[in-house]
Design a protein around this ligand. Structure first.
Ligand code: AMP
Length: 280
């Protein structure tokens, strides 16, 4: 695997691929890799002769300095995992390589970045859009792979690609879970042993909520039940639980509507913020 820390040499290397018309698959990440990320790499490798992965903990998408400082980082292990997964190129730039001091460029996605994650992490999606646009310009992939776990992010990146006419196909990959249902996340590394079991409350609630909605329970009642489940433990705190349209993220009143629904949730488990979602 070739490793690049700077844009110029990466471009000099990729220009040969672009000229030869070799299709590139791209997997942007913030590192501290796990099986979820490796599934994206595998999906890219299945569809492309060449796969680029980026590892960059992007400061502009963190609305909380402490969260940024505490975000797990382990580049050495990431390199090993990517080598074993058959990734061809790793781009792992320093902060100064990606961002200048002046952060003038901001993104506004209207309603899409004001709800759920956007509501509780103001500025988050502007930061995501900044860094993803830069990465798309640098790598110029044929297809970029993202996890369904960050569904709102996927909807926003799809909007970004449509609005800015990026010549990039997007692929969403199903969430990879631990055997007990917990969605894999780099943040799981920060869970204390005592809280690890409690973290299953997210996926359990989503599964139960889905069943209840499919059996005709109202969204309001299902929301109450989810809150009750969270109120049974001191260690967990629900931030939001929403039932929204998968495409435009507007609230859905009843699952009988023609729209496709997705259940989205964020919660703190022993102080660690986790998100999860499930299609109905
Ligand atoms: P992150 O490093 O957390 O920014 O994630 C990088 C990419 O991996 C994003 O597109 C995520 O949605 C995706 N991802 C994270 N966790 C999972 C998972 N458990 N299953 C599938 N994809 C994931």
């Amino acid at each position: 695997m070739q490793i690049f820390r700077e844009i110029k040499p990466l471009r000099a290397f990729l220009v040969e691929k672009w000229r030869a018309g070799q299709k590139l698959g791209f997997v942007p990440t913030m590192g501290a890799l796990h099986q979820g990320h490796l599934t994206l790499i595998a999906a890219s490798r299945a569809g492309h002769p060449f796969t680029v992965c980026s590892v960059f903990v992007n400061p502009t998408q963190f609305n909380n300095a402490e969260d940024f400082a505490r975000y797990p980082r382990n580049l050495e292990r990431d390199v090993e995992m990517l080598e074993r997964a058959g990734c061809d190129v790793l781009f792992c730039p320093e902060e100064a390589e990606m961002h200048s001091d002046s952060q003038y460029l901001k993104f506004d996605f209207g309603h899409l970045d004001k709800v759920m994650e956007g509501k509780f992490r103001p500025g988050h999606f502007s930061g995501v859009a900044q860094v993803v646009s830069k990465l798309f310009h640098i790598v110029q992939p044929d297809t970029a792979y993202f996890g369904q776990k960050d569904w709102q992010q996927f909807v926003i990146i799809r909007t970004l690609v449509n609005e800015l006419k990026f010549n990039v196909k997007l692929q969403a990959v199903e969430t990879v879970r631990e055997p007990d249902g917990l969605a894999m996340s780099s943040r799981n590394e920060r869970l204390l042993e005592a809280h690890r079991k409690e973290a299953t409350v997210l996926s359990r609630c989503l599964k139960d909520a889905r069943e209840q909605l499919l059996h005709g329970k109202s969204v309001e009642d299902v929301k109450k039940n989810v809150l009750d489940s969270f109120n049974q433990s001191e260690a967990v705190k629900l931030e939001y639980f929403e039932v929204v349209n998968t495409e435009n993220l507007t609230p859905i009143k009843s699952v009988g509507d023609a729209d496709r629904a997705i259940l989205c949730m964020a919660a703190y488990v022993g102080g660690v913020r986790l998100i999860d979602n499930m299609f109905v």
